[in-house]
Design a binder for this molecule. Sequence first.
Ligand SMILES: Cc1ncc(COP(=O)(O)O)c(C=O)c1O
Length: 475
Amino acid sequence: MTSFVAARRVLAQAKPLRWKRCFSQLAEQKSDVVVGAPELPPFDWSPPPYTGPTSDEILAKRKQYLSPSLFHFYKTPLHVVEGKKQYLFDEKGKRYLDAFGGIATVCCGHCHPDVVAAIVDQTKRLQHSTVLYLNPAIADFAEALASKLPGDLKVVFFTNSGTEANELAMMIARLYTGCHDIISLRNAYHGNASGTMGATAQSIWKFNVVQIGVHHAVNPDPYRGVFESDGEKYAKDVEDIINFGTSGNVAAFISEAIQGVGGIIELAPGYLPAVYNTIKKAGGLCIADEVQAGFARTGSHFWGFEAHGVVPDIVTMAKGIGNGIPLGAVLTTPEIAEVLTRRSYFNTFGGNPVCTAAGLAVLRVLEKEKLQQNAFVVGSYLKERLTELKDKHELIGDVRGKGLMLGVELVTDRQLKTPAKAETLQVMDQMKEVGVLVEKGGYYGNVFRITPPLCFTKEDADFLVDAMDLSLSRM
Ligand SMILES: Cc1ncc(COP(=O)(O)O)c(C=O)c1O
């Protein structure tokens, strides 16, 4: 949409008394224009003028009433007021391409009408019931979700978050095997409650509290790892941990198929099959954390682990499962699930009718709109274009990932792989000014994480790459 059409639309939607404010909004929008910037792909919708509190008012309240541990992106924090498909709008009506997706969470697109309708419809009829009464929403979604998993992974436990899902998965593994030791990967992120913080392996996310029973294996990271892309060599470390750090038996191995928070690290080929073998021999269960890589994001498969040719014993999920609704799940086999009958296991909100109705709508949208195929096609195109950008900008050390879960790592020295932390922040800020939102991650905070809604288009991909190109050129 040209700025002229946008201007007319804002004015058409404004009530007479708000005209003055609209004119000033348009003036502000104009002053944001970055010289030489690429144009956002056209979009035939804009939100009504925003009339709520200002950014300063919100910031002041956050400071006074919310946790001092809260932080925000960007020098000038972004104030988003509406979202549609792959776009977000700030309080001035400026449109942004959202390549962040609320941390790989908004998979169908912001406020997808089918998902919204399912939420509204269920909320009007019954908002909460607990699993102590019968309700079709939880049963229908469990059936649909189980149909997406291979083998015997047919029993679902619903939770409210990824942390909760992984906590539960780890407990189930410990109960089933009678062992306590769990192996996770260095650089992993699995949550921030007592057990999952133990499995998380980046000091930035670990508080100095007791975290026991988890060993952290060498990360099979093809870019920074000692064995480069030799998955089997990395897998030997898991064998060593079992032989030299445990009784010889373990409860579980937990890992993502592509590390998200860790900076979009694809596990070296051959690693997962070798480790799954070793873990099974040691009597343990294999847990696939699909919180970020699941729900069609990686394009080639619906679940990240499928690309590695393995079948886990337990799969955990959250984020994309509800397109932003608080929802998580653990799927396992009937035999393993049985362990939770030893005591009473209960979760007040887990399987809430509104959340599960949303989950079912998400699955249907993914299928109806062929979003997995789109993630594959657009993701492959975007990765190709980002890789071309690497030839142009020395600052780009690596481009990686699959589908619409991509990473761009910035380094000041390609040989030494020196993390370009400050430059990453600067480029990220400049991209925001141009109208593109990406996230940063990785242990050194020098990796752009590109995890947009799966309805991202090739034109969006071009715009993102052009915005990154422009921002890098200014460094
Ligand atoms: C792979 C992975 N597992 C688990 C979690 C924890 O999920 P939540 O923040 O919903 O508790 C995250 C969060 O980013 C994650 O990326």
